[in-house]
Each structure stands twice: as C-alpha cells, then as structure tokens.
Ligand binder design. Structure first.
Ligand SMILES: *Cc1c(COP(=O)(O)O)cnc(C)c1O
Length: 226
C-alpha cells in the first residue's frame, strides 16, 4: 500500500485505478483524515471530486485549497441537522440524505441560500442497525413527500453493504439498489440517475452491478491515519 502523503505514489496509484474504471463511472476521492498535501496530489492526478465525511474538516481543507477553483465537494458522512446549513454552503453533493426530516431541512435551507444541491438518498437494502439510512418501506412511503422538495436535485441513491458482507452478498445488495433506482424512476416521483456505490473493498463488484459513482479512499491513498 502506498504511504499517505507521498505525492508521487498517490498520483501513480490514482492513474492506475482511474485507468481501470469505465469512463462513465465518476471517481470520488475520499480524503477524510488526510492532509491537504494528499488532496493536492490527487488534484494533480486529475481528481476533481473529493469526498469528506465531516463538515468542519472539509471547510478547513477548502480554505487551504482555495486556489483550486474547479473542485466538486461531496459530503459522504452522516449529516447532523445542525450542520445542514454549513454543509450546503460548502458541498455541491450530499450523498448521505438519510431521512425525510433531513431532506426537508436541506430543502428549506437550500431555498434560503438559493442553491440546488445534488443529493443521494442513503438506503439500507438490508437491515443494518449501526447505519443510518432509509429502510425500503419507509422510502416508498415517503417518496411522495421527497418528490415535493424542489430545491434539492434528488438524483441518486447511495448504499453501503453492512460491515463484513461477503462479495456475493454485496453484489446482490448493489443489484437490488440498481433495481430500486429503476423502480423509483418508473414511478415518476423522482428520476434516479446516479448510484453512489462502492468503496475500496467492493468497488469492482459495485461497478459490475451498475454503480455510477465510486467513493475510494484507502486504495488511492493508503491506510488513513487515526
Ligand atoms: C471512508 C468512506 C469511504 C472510503 O472508504 P475506503 O474503504 O477507504 O475506500 C467511502 N464512503 C464512505 C461513506 C466513507 O465513510
């Protein structure tokens, strides 16, 4: 594994991985806990999509990287209601919309700010108590209300298999998420075009199952510092 913060190694690694991805799959480089040097190296390798899981940490990095004007910032971690405004001020994508209540809050603040962020609904395809996200029944029940939130671009689903899921089971989960996206689009309530699925350990399976956005950290940068 490449060492964190060796820019040449990061660039080489990103080029290698990027070359294996289908052109239609968007690579979001997950840089939580990494120093800005690692983000600069990724930028030099052509990365323009960065994923962070904490709002405050991302804001600090954005200030450091203010000279890099064409970055798209993706919020991928659990978002607390009291951070919603800051998140909307600092991210163009929110992958972790995990409840109707949060979606409604984001919608209201987006109206106030005059922004229209891209959002993914985080869904739990199988029960997974430690994680947040919509359960399937809940999602279908709340879809009409979600479809009213016109200040959000609700264009995606995000899903993460439970910790320790075996590859074949992960494949089934990703395929179910893909089918769910199709069913939602067919219901004409939302048009789901993006599937945010796949991390370092399972992104190849996710891509084979229809993922359009992979969120990769460890495989690009090496193990994260604690
Ligand atoms: C940390 C994180 C990732 C990246 O995980 P790796 O295994 O390091 O690729 C992707 N998605 C989310 C939601 C994460 O929190």
């Amino acid at each position: 594994m490449t060492a964190v913060c060796n820019p040449d190694a990061i660039i080489q690694r990103i080029n290698q991985i990027q070359a294996t991805l289908p052109p239609a799959v968007r690579l979001v480089a997950v840089t939580k806990k990494l120093p800005t040097e690692a983000l600069r190296a990724a930028y030099a390798a052509g990365i323009r999509d960065f994923g962070e899981s904490r709002v405050q940490e991302a804001i600090a990095k954005q200030a450091d990287l203010a000279d890099l004007k064409d970055i798209t910032w993706h919020m991928i971690g659990r978002l607390q209601a009291n951070k919603a405004r800051k998140a909307l001020e600092h991210f163009q994508w929110i992958h972790s919309v995990d409840s109707l209540k949060l979606a409604e809050r984001l919608n209201q603040i987006s109206e106030e700010l005059g922004c229209r962020p891209h959002c993914c609904l985080q869904v739990k395809m199988v029960p997974d108590p430690p994680k947040s996200g919509f359960e399937l029944e809940e999602l279908w029940a709340e879809l009409p209300a979600l479809a009213q939130l016109t200040h959000l671009k609700l264009v995606g689903l995000m899903t993460i298999p439970p910790q320790g899921t075996a590859p074949e089971a992960a494949r089934a989960i990703f395929c179910q998420a893909r089918d769910l996206a199709e069913q939602i689009s067919q219901s004409q309530q939302l048009q789901i075009k993006s599937l945010s699925m796949g991390m370092s350990g399972d992104y190849q399976i996710a891509i084979a199952s229809g993922s359009t956005m992979v969120r990769l950290g460890t495989i690009l940068f090496g193990p994260r510092p604690d």
